[in-house]
Ligand binder design. Structure first.
Ligand SMILES: NC(=O)c1ccc[n+]([C@@H]2O[C@H](COP(=O)([O-])OP(=O)(O)OC[C@H]3O[C@@H](n4cnc5c(N)ncnc54)[C@H](O)[C@@H]3O)[C@@H](O)[C@H]2O)c1
Ligand SMILES: O=C(O)C[C@H](O)C(=O)O
Length: 313
């Protein structure tokens, strides 16, 4: 029996639960929210698609009842407020730090062995806060950003190349922020061919820029932040953990010297399997990429510093 809990049954959490159910990733998916009845209603709605979509797992909803989350293998944290157009993710720290910390602590009481996937923003800092406040080994606290940003990168590359996004490879590392993420254009390929040989430098720069502000662009269009790809990206990570797929996915993880950084959670490629982070993969970066990574890490450190100011650490 495998069990996954998703905390926060809003746009991202409900989408994540829905993808987990549709793909039958776990035997049971629990959604928990503070809003009375919302998780229960969404769970019932999803269960009424089971016959139509042909899945055979159980989705349960509950209002703040942590007992129902007991013995989860993986817990996805999406609780918190999303940004509005014109805001940065970092501006959410004051509200979201308190929510994420209390949710993570309540979850741990009932699921002492769970692996945590943190989605709430500012995600790198919320991942760091979860790690520091729970005191768990670093392989069990994983932030979702790179899976989404890399999928957006592949989407924009496929648009520029006029090809199928499934045939493009590419990865985004660094912080999950409008100015901190680093799409690794040098390593991106289309069917094994470097995209740098297929697109002009100018076009490639445009793709990189569009990827970096991908979340802000959608927030402007939607009036709140995106959810389909974020929810699917969370489910993609959970699947690699629950099914021990050992996929290489850029995730926000605690570094202790890797990439020249310490005491920080930031996006780097990792192997995700049944133990959570099975391995941190150290890419050979160019001097320019190293400089961008160092600048990204400095910005994330600065946001982490605000955790003290808001009384979360
Ligand atoms: N890391 C990423 O790539 C990524 C992508 C998209 C969104 N996000 C972030 O995810 C978060 C959720 O976004 P959303 O669009 O789903 O927002 P939303 O408002 O649709 O949903 C958030 C839900 O959290 C619930 N909630 C609030 N406090 C809670 C608590 N203490 N316990 C349980 N539930 C609680 C709310 O009731 C709400 O239903 C935001 O912080 C957003 O910025 C991150
Ligand atoms: O853009 C946001 O604020 C939400 C999320 O981080 C995203 O990238 O979609």
């Amino acid at each position: 029996m495998s069990k996954v809990t998703v905390v926060g049954a809003g746009n991202v959490g409900a989408t994540c639960a829905n993808v987990l159910a549709f793909n039958e990733v776990a035997d049971e998916v629990v959604m928990l929210d503070v809003k009375e009845g919302v998780s229960e209603g969404k769970a019932m709605d999803m269960m009424q698609t089971a016959q139509l979509l042909g899945f055979d797992i159980t989705v349960v909803g509950c209002t703040n009842d942590y007992e129902k989350t007991a013995d989860s293998d993986v817990v996805v944290i999406t609780s918190g407020i999303p940004r509005k157009p014109g805001m940065t993710r970092e501006e959410l720290i004051g509200v979201n730090a308190g929510i994420v910390k209390s949710v993570a602590q309540s979850i741990l009481k009932y699921s002492p062995n769970a692996i945590f996937v943190v989605i709430s923003n500012p995600m790198d800092t919320m991942t760091y806060l979860s790690l520091k406040s729970l005191g768990l080994p670093k392989n069990r606290i994983i932030g979702m950003g790179g899976a989404l940003d890399s999928s957006r990168f592949k989407y924009f590359l496929s648009q520029a190349l006029g090809c199928n996004a499934n045939e493009v490879e590419g990865m985004v590392i660094g912080g999950h922020g409008d100015t901190t993420m680093i799409p690794l254009a040098r390593l991106a390929t289309y069917k094994g061919q470097p995209v740098s040989a297929l697109l002009s430098e100018e076009k490639l720069d445009e793709v990189v820029a569009a990827t970096m502000v991908g979340g802000a662009t959608l927030t402007k269009l939607l009036g709140t932040s995106a959810w389909y790809a974020p929810g699917a990206a969370g489910a993609y990570m959970v699947e690699s953990i629950i099914h021990n797929q050992k996929k290489m996915i850029p995730c926000s993880v605690y570094l202790e010297g890797e990439y020249g950084e310490s005491d920080i959670c930031i996006g780097v490629p990792v192997i995700l399997g049944k133990n959570g982070i099975e391995k941190i993969v150290e890419l050979e970066l160019t001097a320019d990429e190293k400089a961008k990574f160092a600048a990204s890490a400095a910005a994330v450190h600065k946001t982490n510093g605000a955790l003290k100011e808001v009384g979360a650490l």
